[in-house]
Write a protein that binds this ligand. Structure first.
Ligand code: C5P
Length: 221
């Protein structure tokens, strides 16, 4: 049986990365977190003093970045020009601007090219917002993972460490805001692919979602 590609898309905090990592582990595939790439660009922009609305300078910046995703102890290690930015890209500062950073065409063109190259050899599980619709339209398995905004905010709330504590209600607002901006952008907005399987994880455990996706994969390999 041949190797396939698996695309997992959906709104922020639906559990995509946890689920995608476990599916990849079970299949012996490589997991690729495309959100981490956009976060790395956002982090680099902050470091370079580039504002999130400056499409031209972001386009120049992205050409100078070497982003490498490597399997690590806890999922995936993200390298940016040789610097380990795995935790630095998860701060609120980055989270609050990443959606605007990701709305610019030159940024997306560059990262999509990188993502398609990584998927060439098959046997990958890739998560993001536009994987099934745009990056890998021929992926054999496409999942659109959703959950209520309340549950997504609660999951994020439980992840955040003490010094980054944010009231639950504020998190809920920020998540809803990021969804809106990802859904409304002009280029490759967050949208469910016509041929994607919708899985609502609101009342499912991680392992239940993983099992559903593995079932889908079994029918394709
Ligand atoms: O998945 P994560 O929440 O880390 O993604 C951060 C942001 O990166 C998203 O809110 C979205 O704006 C952007 N993104 C994107 N396309 C992808 C993956 C992420 O635009 N394929």
């Amino acid at each position: 049986s041949g190797r396939i590609n698996v695309a997992i898309d959906g709104p922020a905090g639906a559990g995509k990365s946890t689920v995608a990592r476990k599916v990849a582990e079970q299949l012996g595939y490589i997991y690729i977190d495309t959100g981490a790439m956009y976060r790395a660009v956002a982090y680099a922009a902050i470091g370079a003093g580039i504002t999130p609305d400056d499409s031209d300078r972001l386009g120049q910046l992205v050409q100078t970045l070497k982003i490498v995703l490597a399997p690590g102890d806890e999922g995936q290690t993200v390298w940016l020009n040789g610097e380990n930015v795995t935790s630095a890209i998860r701060t609120r500062e980055v989270t609050l601007i990443v959606s605007q950073i990701a709305s610019h065409e030159p940024v997306r063109l560059k990262l999509v090219e990188l993502q398609r190259g990584l998927a060439d050899a098959k046997g990958i599980v890739m998560d993001g917002r536009d994987i099934g619709t745009h990056v890998l339209p021929n992926a054999e398995v496409k999942v659109f993972l959703v959950a209520s905004v309340k549950v997504r905010a609660l999951r994020r709330f439980q992840e955040l460490s003490g010094n980054e504590a944010v009231p639950l209600q504020q998190l809920e607002q920020e998540i809803a805001e990021r969804d809106r901006s990802d859904e409304r952008r002009e280029i490759s907005p967050l949208i469910c692919a016509k041929d994607a399987e919708v899985i609502d994880s609101t009342e499912l455990s991680i392992d239940q979602v993983v099992a559903l996706i593995l079932d889908l994969c079994r029918t394709k390999t």
